[in-house]
Design a protein around this ligand. Sequence first.
Ligand SMILES: *[C@@H]1O[C@H](CO)[C@@H](O)[C@H](O)[C@H]1NC(C)=O
Ligand SMILES: *[C@@H]1O[C@H](CO)[C@@H](O)[C@H](O)[C@H]1NC(C)=O
Ligand SMILES: *[C@@H]1O[C@H](CO)[C@@H](O)[C@H](O)[C@H]1NC(C)=O
Ligand SMILES: *[C@@H]1O[C@H](CO)[C@@H](O)[C@H](O)[C@H]1NC(C)=O
Ligand SMILES: *[C@@H]1O[C@H](CO)[C@@H](O)[C@H](O)[C@H]1NC(C)=O
Ligand SMILES: *[C@@H]1O[C@H](CO)[C@@H](O)[C@H](O)[C@H]1NC(C)=O
Ligand SMILES: [Ca+2]
Ligand SMILES: [Ca+2]
Ligand SMILES: [Ca+2]
Length: 412
Amino acid sequence: MQEPSIEEDRSEKETIISTKCRFLLWSCVIIPISIMISIVAVVIFIRYQSSFSSNNILCNPLKFSDYTSYPAGSDPWSINNGYLDGDSFLDIVVANTFDPTISIYYGFGNGTFQSQKLYNTTYHVFYVAVRDMNNDNKSDIILTYSTLNQIAILINMGNQNFNSPITYPVGNFPFWIDVSDFNKNNLLDVIVVNDRAASVTILYDYYNLSFSYSKTYPCGDDVTGVSVADFNNDLYPDFVTTDYSDNTISLYINPKNGIFNHKKKIYTSIGPWGIATADLNNDNFIDIVNTNFVSFTISVFLNDGHGNFNKWDTYYIGGTTMSVTLADLNNDTFIDIIAANFGDDFICIFLNKQNGIFEACQRFITEWNVNSDTTGDFNVSAVTTGDFNGDNKIDIALCTGQSTMNVLLNLC
Ligand SMILES: *[C@@H]1O[C@H](CO)[C@@H](O)[C@H](O)[C@H]1NC(C)=O
Ligand SMILES: *[C@@H]1O[C@H](CO)[C@@H](O)[C@H](O)[C@H]1NC(C)=O
Ligand SMILES: *[C@@H]1O[C@H](CO)[C@@H](O)[C@H](O)[C@H]1NC(C)=O
Ligand SMILES: *[C@@H]1O[C@H](CO)[C@@H](O)[C@H](O)[C@H]1NC(C)=O
Ligand SMILES: *[C@@H]1O[C@H](CO)[C@@H](O)[C@H](O)[C@H]1NC(C)=O
Ligand SMILES: *[C@@H]1O[C@H](CO)[C@@H](O)[C@H](O)[C@H]1NC(C)=O
Ligand SMILES: [Ca+2]
Ligand SMILES: [Ca+2]
Ligand SMILES: [Ca+2]
């Protein structure tokens, strides 16, 4: 009876040992290995999450035609588009900073344009806006006469004719324009940044070719850009500026009478320049994008739902950048970002991941360096968007330091 007992004892011991072994095996080998594998898997997943999710983004990567190039005047600095003659085809207007002209490219509606038609203005026009100022259903042109401390309005007379520019005094070195109706009396108001006066001027109530009064509001140093939008959803237009030397944006909320009194200073990255506003995450609150000339980036501020912009996301461009515009390029109802690279020959497009977070820059070449020098003279100074060939896809037009205006058609 001893033997079996010993046997039993041994087998019990073996059982205990084998249990211990199994315990050791699990605790010292399999569990740690599983944990390590899981960690590696999670890291890989996080690392490539953007590329997994990008599979859901339409037209990713985007496709555009090679650019078509049109001559412009000397150093075009600003571009915009609208319906400038009687047809339903978009036309493009460019401000030639080192010529006393603007160029208008009348569209054929198929993505091609007539060669530039020049209109006399003055030297050093740094911004061009398009808007029907006198409510006759013909789009007019508003310009900054930057070294004359004026803005100018060209009233559309039809048949590709404009009246001679009528000028209005503003502050020191007007640099950027937006148009709105801040006091909601159905007369348009023009807001102008005065770059060398750290202020904006609002010219109120355009009627019968004149404004009825104006007011000036302080901003940061070397204020560069302005964008008007209703940030707190009270149906009154507010505005935001980029303050280049202060690394801030200045936000003014409309106290519902069109007269502004409280500036909110928000820090952004280094050398804020261009600015644009739109609802980027489809929550019905307007968000802000600005380019940062010095840090080669754009900042994206998402509205917290109360008109507050407490943090920003940064996206890298890889060159000095001024102009930015917002449009849905892949028709998924989420607004994408198009930024011009002034220090190089490409534009950056940031596709929206459908939540206000963006993919990395997709580059599109916009101008070969035709003089084959290496000084970067192909600089993309400004960019605008519109459906230029009537296929319901938003196309891109831009102007460059090579004195060209280039069109890229969306092939999404
Ligand atoms: C666009 O339209 C114009 C004027 O009708 C025509 O001359 C030109 O060939 C067209 N171009 C294309 C690419 O269809
Ligand atoms: C534009 O200016 C040029 C040079 O000053 C002049 O020759 C030309 O006649 C002007 N054109 C118009 C339409 O005023
Ligand atoms: C305004 O002009 C456009 C063409 O530019 C035309 O299609 C539209 O019918 C006009 N609207 C009115 C109210 O006249
Ligand atoms: C428009 O302005 C002109 C010139 O300033 C003036 O003579 C005219 O009476 C004004 N018309 C209206 C309707 O205010
Ligand atoms: C192009 O940009 C560089 C800086 O990025 C600047 O030094 C150069 O003057 C610019 N060229 C033109 C033609 O604007
Ligand atoms: C864009 O989307 C809308 C609605 O989802 C659709 O009706 C339209 O055909 C699309 N346009 C293009 C060019 O795909
Ligand atoms: Ca008009
Ligand atoms: Ca007004
Ligand atoms: Ca508001």
